[in-house]
Design a protein around this ligand. Structure first.
Ligand SMILES: Cc1cc2nc3c(=O)[nH]c(=O)nc-3n(C[C@H](O)[C@H](O)[C@H](O)COP(=O)(O)OP(=O)(O)OC[C@H]3O[C@@H](n4cnc5c(N)ncnc54)[C@H](O)[C@@H]3O)c2cc1C
Length: 401
């Protein structure tokens, strides 16, 4: 069973590394600036709160984007660049400290180029990545991305996700027609089956309503809003247990390391010039508790013996470091939309694949390119039903890879 799981995962990895790639095509002070990014005040939305609870955001907003993660921030920039009036509502404008979305495949890097966002991997101590060393039962193989046809800078990138997202947000907020506001969207505003905007709470807790002919929901893997917009059946086959290693080197420079261990894979890649991320895949039915120390015990006794010798000491130190171990579910959800006039879903809110594929950001950026290109020739979004019908082609186009 465990053997089948490993072989299955290895197959999926090999396939998706190819798939993801085939999607068509210093200093500390800078890092601190990137992490504590302030967004231009003039890009904060104008609001007409009535001071009695429910206020209303007014203006000429054409598109509301919910969530400024990888998908939402990249989309806001792209639509803003095309002249669209965009209002982005993001729950937390601070740099998120999370371990999802740290490895951008070369295909995703190509999408950044297409979107004019490639400078977002600059000044964040991002590392270049050319592939993986694959280890199984003491044997090693080198898996490189097929990059022969491209210029030498077209490779994968690894980084702190929060730093990268702040760079995307800053680019979006630099456009005069994009407003980026901190707020939590609580529900979609629906009238006669058409989404007309959103209800949200701003930073001070004031309830507001924003209106636009099109609302694009990009609220990520824990989406609260997708329920009415797609068939949201989520599978969680395993969890990633993540922590950061320091004072060690991977077996090959510019390569991650993937160990196909029993019962499940262990992954290492750099996230800065001094830190290595370790992700241990733990099957869902067997998840030890972090709080009572069972997880640390599991990692030290069952996982550590399979770790490469050059990483072993740092692995143990990282596991023993208080508060270092974190857990995220590896969610899988097919993209099955319920077509709804006035609303659209992209990013993890719409579609998720196992995180070991490291494909989520590439898919999200690829979807941004497709949606931007579809919306580009439209000058009037007011006929929600016609726009909804027109955007159906998105689902066909995103499959032509
Ligand atoms: C453990 C793990 C590791 C991963 N590793 C990789 C990897 O190495 N490479 C890769 O390409 N992908 C990876 N992924 C997948 C990747 O993280 C996602 O595909 C990607 O982040 C999706 O971008 P998104 O914009 O849809 O969502 P997110 O980046 O999650 O952004 C969603 C945004 O919406 C905001 N938001 C949420 N709810 C609301 C609300 N109600 N109102 C307003 N704002 C809201 C959030 O604050 C957030 O900023 C990983 C996933 C996991 C779970």
């Amino acid at each position: 069973m465990a053997e089948q799981y490993i072989v299955g995962v290895a197959g999926v990895i090999a396939f998706l590394l190819g798939f993801v790639f085939l999607v068509r095509s210093w200093g500390l002070s800078k890092l601190k600036r990137a992490a504590s990014m302030e967004f231009p005040k003039e890009n904060c939305v104008n609001k007409n709160g009535n001071g009695e609870g429910e206020g209303e955001a007014v203006g000429t907003t054409e598109i509301i984007i919910v969530g400024a993660g990888v998908a939402g921030a990249a989309l806001a920039y792209s639509l803003g660049k095309d002249g669209c009036q965009v209002q982005v509502i993001e729950r937390d404008l601070n740099a998120l400290n999370r371990f999802a979305g740290e490895l951008l495949m070369p295909g995703g890097y190509l999408k950044l180029i297409e979107l004019g966002l490639v400078d977002c991997v600059d000044e964040i101590d991002a590392q270049q990545i050319l592939g993986y060393t694959l280890n199984k039962d003491g044997k090693e193989a080198l898996i490189s991305f097929s990059l022969e046809k491209f210029q030498s800078h077209v490779v994968g990138r690894t980084f702190h996700n929060g730093r990268f997202v702040q760079r995307l947000r800053k680019k979006a907020a630099s456009l005069h027609n994009v407003s980026l506001e901190q707020g939590t969207v609580t529900s979609l505003l629906e009238e006669n089956g058409i989404v007309k905007g959103v209800h949200y709470k701003d930073k001070s807790g004031q309830l507001l309503t924003a209106y636009a002919p099109l609302t694009i929901v990009c609220d990520g893997c824990f989406s609260n809003l997708r329920r009415s917009l797609c068939h949201s059946k989520v599978d969680i086959p395993s969890y990633f247990v993540g922590f950061i290693l320091t004072n060690c080197k991977l077996p090959k420079e510019k390569y991650g390391a993937l160990i196909l261990a029993d019962p499940s894979p262990i992954l290492f890649y750099p996230i800065s010039s001094t830190e290595i991320r370790c992700l241990v895949d733990v099957p869902s039915q067997n998840l030890p508790s972090v709080s009572n120390g069972e997880m640390a015990h599991y990692l030290k006794t069952l996982v550590a013996p399979k770790v490469l010798p050059e990483l072993y000491n740092s692995f143990i130190s990282a596991v023993e470091k208080k508060g270092n171990i974190r857990i995220m579910p590896n969610k899988i959800m097919a993209g099955a939309p319920h077509l709804t006039p006035g609303a659209f879903l992209i990013g993890d809110a719409f579609n998720m694949r196992h995180a070991i594929t490291a494909g989520g950001m590439t898919v999200a950026l690829s979807d941004v390119v497709i949606l931007r290109d579809l919306l580009r020739p439209l000058h009037d979004l007011s006929d929600a039903s016609a726009i909804c019908k027109y955007l159906e082609s998105f689902y066909t186009l995103r499959k032509v890879l």
